[in-house]
Design a protein around this ligand. Structure first.
Ligand code: 26M
Length: 836
């Protein structure tokens, strides 16, 4: 067996060719004569998959034998993007595959474009989970990701009539998915609804021992699909286990005869419904029963799987926290806290307090937002119906928790009301964030400023109660493999050449050695050349794939100014487009003489709005209206100076194209609202500069690159925001004339019928400017002028660009997961034994 297996693992040219040809014939049932590009991709993908699976089996066997404490990363979202290139690069097989296929007359690299993104996430939170899996694998941590295998990922966005977002289903599994392994042998039942009975020992209701039995009324099956994740430059291959819902019993044949056929088909549909669609909300909970079902389905299956693995060790329950750490990616999987308590108490007979102490030592919770409207709350009535036993357990957790608070702060009922997991009111609600805090040993924010707000504002009472140590910061990071090496091979090669090795791909702090070359004339020229190449390639993409209404190609000599991210009021794309209008009006009135001094700009927007988020959709409409008018301005000289592009259907794969092409990117949220942001890191890593507020990770990026002299800062500080909001609301300060002029221009109909926008704009200049656009507006165009001035001095700009990139070592996801491992999980790397 071993000898034959070794044979199968070999990646010399002829083995790769044999494996490729074999997959063309026996997996695809095709021949060289009817093999199109997609078929070639599929065969190549299956061949790469074989390699992945060998290493994956070895890793899992090694973990089982070594038996270390493992960490389980629970996330309702994994925004993976494409897989094939990332796999061959991480396994160091890109050249081998390229050579092998080249000899057969095929260009391996051109096959990458055939792959559909796995887009099982909304934005930052889902992409973060994907980056962390890459880093966990690269650093050989014994980790396992758990998620849901949605049949439909994030919707496909198209722009209708050149202005409005419309959503299309993303049926990504259309042609089967070579990057997963169906595990039909790994399946667990998941129950819903039903009733709760006191257990036979009659313990229910007694203080401290409220055991009971839940009899669900409805069952479905969770079936496992495994997605292997190779580390870079290591044999470790980790696993993401995604659950798919299936009906519990296959069709009961006898029922066909009693007219029950339709009923049983309906039942199958109902079961499969649970994992059918990713909810497209970002930073705003959906509040739908099916979403809550997804969440419970997810944690119920995941915990059965984790506890089955633990039970094989034959250890006492007291050992659970020494073998199992569970990280909650936001509150979405926080029912896992309740489910573990239920299983320990009801199914394994542990005493309440003993079980609860274990639960708290197992879980840790990452908070990703302080926006009040984004915090998940579920109606008690819904939870009671869907999960009656869990609802009772939550009430009990809350009771014991509030009793302990009352002991510390006797008679402080206002505090109890504030801290209660149950929000009282017209309709009782479960505050999932409080549940997550109370059920975890550690809570972390995702950038320093955000973690400070989490501790001092969002969970202030909890920090006072538990002590500050429960609340820590782990600044987000990104994987340099995908976001530099894969996305920008030209810059990666240049850096490797200058540094003399590619060690920086595993230790990103190595980039700091680039600082020494920031003024080097030759290096600067090569650096600029890379950026130029990437801008030209994006210009080409826009020409080919974006509806430019015959406007001709974008000028790749112009400054590329990019804002790509989910559309949200707090991210202030509205302020950006109003700034564009301001610039347009200024250019329009400028003399020929003045125009010679203006730096040509291309404003590039991209991003999806949640389908039910009216204002976000209106912002997309306004951006496109402004775009259509500016790009069609009769003045040809003006059109050389300003151009607007909306790239539809922003995705991981598009990000890999857009980010390396940016000169400046916009991270302009109202201070205190963007928890971290991660695209800011991606842009800077690729030699783009930032314009931004002192928010999220911007603050730390500025520190690490050498201060705000190297980035363009503007706007109110987080500490000022509360006061400013009150000012705007009650005192109505003078609106800056430039801002008024922009609003008037839009209302005048210069960008088409203004009626859809009037409300949104009037709110800004009356008392509804919650995100302080009118307050920050004057300093925003002023910061843009500083950008122009810096760009005019190409030598200075290039130096800044190199210094920015050189300071990014800290923002590797490798550093982030090491922080988690040390500060939160208490786990160590478990590297594979050297292969003989
Ligand atoms: C909730 C309920 C129902 C459906 C969807 C949701 C939901 C989905 C995603 C709510 C929030 C979601 O994501 C929030 C998010 O992406 N937060 C971002 O997290 C990034 C990684 O930490 C940060 O960089 C961003 O600043 C933060 O906005």
């Amino acid at each position: 067996w071993n000898k034959i297996r070794k044979d199968c693992e070999s990646v010399d040219t002829s083995s790769i060719q044999r494996s490729f040809v074999n997959h063309v014939y026996s997996t695809l049932a095709r021949t060289p004569y009817n093999l199109d590009e997609f078929g070639a991709y599929q065969a190549a993908a299956h061949s790469v998959r074989d390699q992945l699976i060998h290493k994956w089996i070895s890793t899992q066997q090694h973990f089982t034998r070594s038996n270390p404490k493992r960490v389980y990363y629970l996330s309702l979202e994994f925004l993976m993007g494409r897989t094939m290139q990332n796999c061959v690069i991480n396994m160091d097989m890109e050249e081998a595959y390229s050579k092998a296929l080249r000899e057969m007359g095929l260009a391996f690299e051109t096959l990458y474009d055939q792959e559909t993104d796995a887009a099982l996430g909304n934005g930052g939170l889902g992409r973060l989970a994907a980056c962390y899996m890459d880093s966990l694998a690269t650093l050989d941590y014994p980790a396992l990701g758990y998620g849901l295998r949605y049949t439909y990922g994030i919707f496909e966005q198209r722009i209708r009539n050149g202005e409005d977002q419309v959503e299309y289903p993303d049926y990504w599994l259309r042609f089967t998915n070579p990057w997963e392994v169906a595990r039909v042998d790994v399946a667990y039942p998941v129950g819903f609804y039903g009733s709760v009975h006191n257990d036979s020992a009659g313990r229910a209701g007694q203080p401290g021992q409220p055991a009971a039995r839940w009899e669900p009324a409805e069952f479905v099956q969770a079936v496992a699909y495994d997605v292997p994740i190779p580390g870079y430059d290591t044999d470790t291959v980790l696993n993401i286990r995604l659950w798919s819902s299936k009906p519990q019993r296959q069709f009961d044949l006898s029922s066909f005869n009693d007219g029950e056929y339709e009923k049983s088909v309906a039942e199958k549909q109902r079961a499969e419904n649970i994992t059918s669609v990713l909810y497209p909300n970002d930073n705003t909970p959906a509040g739908k029963e099916l979403r809550l079902k997804q969440q419970y389905f997810f944690v119920c299956a995941t915990l059965q799987d984790i506890l089955r693995r633990f039970s094989k060790l034959n250890l006492p329950w007291s050992e659970l926290p020494n073998k199992v750490g569970i990280q909650l990616n936001d509150t979405h999987p926080s029912l896992g806290i309740v489910e573990l308590q239920r299983v320990l108490v009801d199914e394994h007979g542990l005493e309440w307090d003993i079980a609860w102490a274990l639960v708290q030592r197992v879980y840790a919770y990452t908070n990703h937002t302080v926006l009040p409207e984004a915090l998940e709350c579920w109606p008690v009535s819904l939870m009671e119906r869907l999960l009656p036993r869990h609802m009772r357990i939550i009430f009990d957790i809350n009771l014991y928790f509030l009793r302990s608070v009352e002991q510390r702060f006797p008679g402080d009922y206002e505090r109890l009301r504030r801290m209660s997991i149950i929000e009282e009111g017209h309709q009782q609600m479960v505050r999932m964030a409080y549940l997550a805090v109370v059920g975890s040993h550690t809570v972390n924010g995702v950038a320093r400023i955000h973690s400070d707000l989490v501790r001092s504002k969002l969970f202030r009472d909890f920090a006072e109660f538990y002590g500050d140590d429960k609340f820590v910061n782990i600044t987000n990071g990104i994987t340099p493999r995908r976001w530099l090496h894969v996305a920008n091979p030209q810059l990666s090669a240049l850096i490797t050449k200058r540094l003399g090795s590619n060690r920086w791909l595993k230790d990103l702090t190595e980039l700091s050695r680039l600082k020494a070359f920031a003024d080097d004339e030759d290096f600067q020229q090569e650096w600029r050349q890379v950026k130029r190449t990437r801008k030209e390639s994006l210009a080409e993409y826009i020409q080919k794939h974006v509806d430019t209404a015959g406007e001709g190609p974008v000028n790749s000599e112009a400054l590329f100014d990019v804002q790509v991210k989910r559309i949200h009021e707090y991210k202030r794309q509205l302020m950006n487009i109003l700034g564009v209008v301001h610039r347009y009006l200024r250019i329009k009135e400028a003399s020929a003489e003045e125009r010679r001094d203006i730096v040509p700009r291309v404003f590039i927007f991209g991003g999806k709005a949640a389908p039910g988020y009216h204002t976000a959709k209106l912002i997309i409409k306004l951006i496109n209206r402004v775009k259509n008018v500016i790009n069609a301005d009769p003045d040809a000289e003006l059109r050389k100076l300003i151009r607007v592009v909306y790239i539809p259907n922003y995705s991981v794969t598009l990000a890999e194209r857009i980010i390396p092409a940016s000169d400046i990117s916009e991270h302009i949220s109202t201070a205190g609202t963007e928890a971290s942001g991660t695209s800011n890191m991606k842009f800077v890593l690729n030699g783009g500069l930032l314009i931004g507020t002192r928010d999220g990770a911007n603050v730390e990026i500025a520190e690490h690159i050498g201060g705000w002299d190297l980035a363009f800062e503007f706007g109110a500080k987080a500490e000022e925001v509360d006061d400013l909001r009150n000012k705007v609301r009650y005192l109505r300060p003078e609106i800056h004339p430039a801002f008024r002029r922009v609003v008037e221009a839009i209302k005048s109909g210069q960008f088409g019928d203004s009626s859809p926008f009037v409300n949104m704009l009037d709110r800004l200049v009356s008392d509804g400017d919650y995100y302080l656009i009118t307050v920050d507006f004057p300093s925003y165009p002023e910061a843009q002028e500083r950008v122009d001035a810096a760009y005019k001095d190409q030598k200075k700009w290039t130096r800044m660009s190199i210094e920015n990139c050189a300071g990014m070592g800290f923002f590797s996801a490798d550093r982030s997961v090491q922080d988690y491992a040390k500060k939160i999980w208490g786990i160590n790397p478990c590297p594979p034994p050297p292969s003989k």
